[in-house]
Design a protein around this ligand. Structure first.
Ligand code: NAP
Length: 478
């Protein structure tokens, strides 16, 4: 073993270890920031190691090296700009786009090897079953990931709605046709090598669109994490294509992590993966409810009335939702909570696994405002505590507190675990109007006798509430 090969193996091993520690660290809010940096550093190490080794071993020409280096710099530049500019509320779309880029990269690597390999580099498609199989898998999964992710991004962005025909059973026949087309193409690749590759790209690309297009509503986060897993599988297959152990390991880790996240999300919404993929749109936009007349018993109140109720409370639970992120009211809610705590009121935050628009959205949002981690209570733990809660303050949350999920078997949300806020003595809902949440359906909570609506932008309302609490002298006594 040459020295450069030894150095490269050590760099690879180090990169894999750092990536594994990085992924592990992401599981806790406290360590997530550093873990992200660690995983990013692992990737830089992997790229630098690979380029260095390729140059040393003469695997690539200096000109190719410069092209790859320039491409790496350009990609990194766009990555940094995107990460800095994208608002937290648009993170799912961004993740979908990145997944799509991952799928496309794997597809292009496999395509490059299939079309341009000479046989001298050990990557000739004629050479082995494993190579032909990995090229086929890489193209198949890569194309599904790319088109599926682009459709998911367009739907989340609101550029694409769920066409009505996709809610029809005919979509299964269409998807089976694309699947069979892809299988025929793979058989063609095995029998005649490169012929059939373009058919495989078309068949699997259309399959990605056909599977993702009917999915909508609250099922979208599951699809995004599944596509994330696919991008890992495609990368691992591309690792086999180019003989890179590092890519195989990193791809397998992303694939496995994505699958685990998919399972966690399915559990959080009480949905099986099969019903997400083949059951059509949950809460499709066709059932959107924006009609105020649907509600019979709406009570609204002012910030002053809310402050008076809070003054008399001993235990308050804050329920953050997507609207809190839109309003960017995380800092002011922390100020309100601090004031309440100063006067001896116990405050905690109820965290629903799919509140907001990405996994962990509320944790990240509240961490930005330095809310202590121990005050963030997961749904399973906080639900039994609502009957002993005086006031629940719902800030821009809707679907995650909709009792229909438990009471109405015909509701598209039926079966999704929700926060049992209606069990508390008094519930205040802060939102701008009577618009529906992400799933587009009416929320029975708003009609209940112990619920009062506090209309307005969350930041504005919380500002008024803070002012009222101060005027009542809350927080002065310790
Ligand atoms: P939600 O059901 O989407 O409801 C958010 C509410 O916030 C809306 O009803 C809206 O009503 C209100 N709002 C918007 N802007 C506001 C502002 N500036 N101030 C005050 N209120 C504002 O949110 P959620 O309860 O957090 O539920 C999340 C939903 O998204 C679930 O259905 C989930 O499945 C889905 N989803 C989750 C993820 C994920 O990974 N977490 C990803 C994609 C989708 P007004 O317009 O009347 O103000």
């Amino acid at each position: 073993m040459t020295i450069s090969l030894l150095i490269n193996s050590i760099i690879d091993l180090l990169a894999v270890l750092l990536l594994a520690f990085g992924i592990k660290g992401l599981s806790k809010v406290r360590s997530a920031r550093d873990a992200n940096k660690l995983a990013a550093f692992a990737m830089v190490l992997a790229v630098v190691g690979l380029l260095f080794n390729s140059l040393q071993e003469g695997g690539i020409s200096t000109q190719s090296f410069l092209y790859i280096f320039a491409g790496t710099l350009l990609g990194s530049f766009f990555g940094v700009i995107t990460a800095k500019r994208v608002p937290m509320t648009a993170m799912p779309e961004t993740v979908a786009l990145f997944n799509g880029c991952g799928g496309m990269s794997s597809l292009l690597v496999a395509l490059g090897v299939a079309l341009f390999s000479t046989g001298d580099t050990g990557t000739d498609l004629n050479s082995s079953f494993v190579e032909i199989a990995s090229v086929s898998v890489s193209i198949f999964v890569g194309a599904i990931t790319f088109t599926g992710s682009i459709v998911a991004m367009a739907k989340l962005q609101g550029w694409l709605s769920t066409p009505s025909w996709t809610q029809n059973k005919i979509r299964h026949a269409v998807n089976i046709f694309f699947f069979v087309l892809s299988l025929v193409a793979i058989i063609e690749i095995f029998s005649t090598n490169n012929n059939g590759i373009w058919l495989l790209i078309i068949g699997s690309g259309l399959l990605g669109i056909g599977v993702t297009l009917p999915i909508g509503g609250a099922d979208m986060p599951v699809v995004i994490s599944l596509l994330n897993s696919y991008s890992g599988i495609a990368a691992a297959a591309a690792g086999f294509v180019v003989g890179s152990q590092l890519l195989i390991v990193a791809g397998a880790m992303v694939g496995a992590a994505g699958l685990i996240l998919t399972q966690v999300m399915c559990k959080g919404m009480n949905r099986s993966l099969l019903s997400v993929l083949f059951g059509g749109a949950l809460g499709a936009s066709s059932s959107k409810s924006k009609d105020v007349s649907e509600y019979k018993n709406i009570t609204s109140c002012s910030a002053e009335e809310c402050a008076l109720t809070l003054e008399a409370a001993e235990r308050v639970v804050i329920v953050p939702g997507y609207g809190l992120a839109v309003a960017q009211a995380q800092h002011i809610v922390r100020e309100v909570a601090k004031l309440l705590e100063k006067s001896g009121i116990e405050v905690s935050y109820a965290i629903h696994p799919v509140a907001g628009r990405m996994p962990g959205h509320m944790n990240v949002l509240l961490a930005e405002a330095d809310v202590p981690y121990e005050q963030l209570i997961e749904m399973d733990k906080i639900n039994p505590e609502f009957p002993a809660t005086d006031v629940v303050l719902i800030l821009g949350a809707n679907d995650v507190v909709n009792p229909q999920a438990k009471t109405d078997p015909n509701s598209p949300l039926y079966g999704m675990p929700v926060l049992d806020v209606q069990e508390a003595r008094t519930v205040f809902v802060v939102k701008r109007g009577m618009s529906a949440g992400y799933s587009g359906i009416k929320n029975d909570l708003f009609d209940l006798a112990n619920t009062s609506m506090l209309f307005g932008d969350a930041k504005q309302v919380l500002g008024d509430l803070l002012q009222e609490l101060k005027e009542l002298g809350i927080g002065k006594q310790s």
